[in-house]
Design a protein around this ligand. Sequence first.
Ligand SMILES: N[C@@H](CCC(=O)N[C@@H](CS)C(=O)NCC(=O)O)C(=O)O
Length: 204
Amino acid sequence: MKLYMNPLSPNVRRVRLTAAVLGLALEEKTLEFAKGEHKNPEYLALNPNGAVPTLVDGEFVLTESRAIMQYLASKKPESGLLPRDEQARADVTRWQFWDASHFSPQAATVVFQRLLKPMMGMGDPDAAKVDEALGNFRRYAAVLDKRLAGNRFVVGDTMTLADLTLASTLMYAKQTELPLADFPNVQAWLARITELEAWKKTAP
Ligand SMILES: N[C@@H](CCC(=O)N[C@@H](CS)C(=O)NCC(=O)O)C(=O)O
C-alpha cells in the first residue's frame, strides 16, 4: 500500500500512527508542499482536494485520514483498534466524526495562526481568530476531559482508533500552547499515548 503524505500533517500522523501500531508497512511518498506537489494534475487525479493523506491499495484509492485508519484497522481485526462489537465500533466512529467536526478544526486554526504563519513568513497570528479557536477548543476539550474521567482510553478498556485520532489532533499542543493543563484527564491520557513506540516512530 502506498501513502501520499507529508510528515508534518496531523491528518497524516493519525494514519502513520495507525499503521505503526498495526505493524503494517506502507510505502510512503512525501509530497513537498513548498513545491506544490500536492496540487499537480497527477496527484489531483487521486485526491481532488489536493490534500494529504491519500492511500492507494492496488486499484483502490482512499482519501480522508479517518476513513484510511478504518481501512487499515480492518486488515487486522484482531488488533481491536476498530472493535468487532457493533456498539463499540460505532462509538469509535462517533469520536472520529466528533474530532473531524468539532475538535480538530480548533487545533488546526491555532496551528495555522501560531505555527505555520510565522514559519511561512505570512505575518503575525490573528489574535481574534486565535481567541475564537481557543474558546471553542476549551469547550470541546471539556467534553473529552469528562469522557476520560476514570477511563484510560476514549472507548472501552483498550486503545482504539478513537485514541489515535484524537491524540494526533493534539500533536502540536506544546508548540502552540494549547491550554491542556486545564484538562488533567486529557493531559494524562495524551501522555500515555505519546509514550507509545509508534508515536515516537511517527514524529516528523
Ligand atoms: N479531512 C482531510 C483533511 C486533509 C487535509 O486538510 N490535509 C492538509 C494537511 S494537514 C493538507 O493537505 N492541506 C493542503 C491543502 O489543503 O492545500 C483528512 O482528514 O484527510
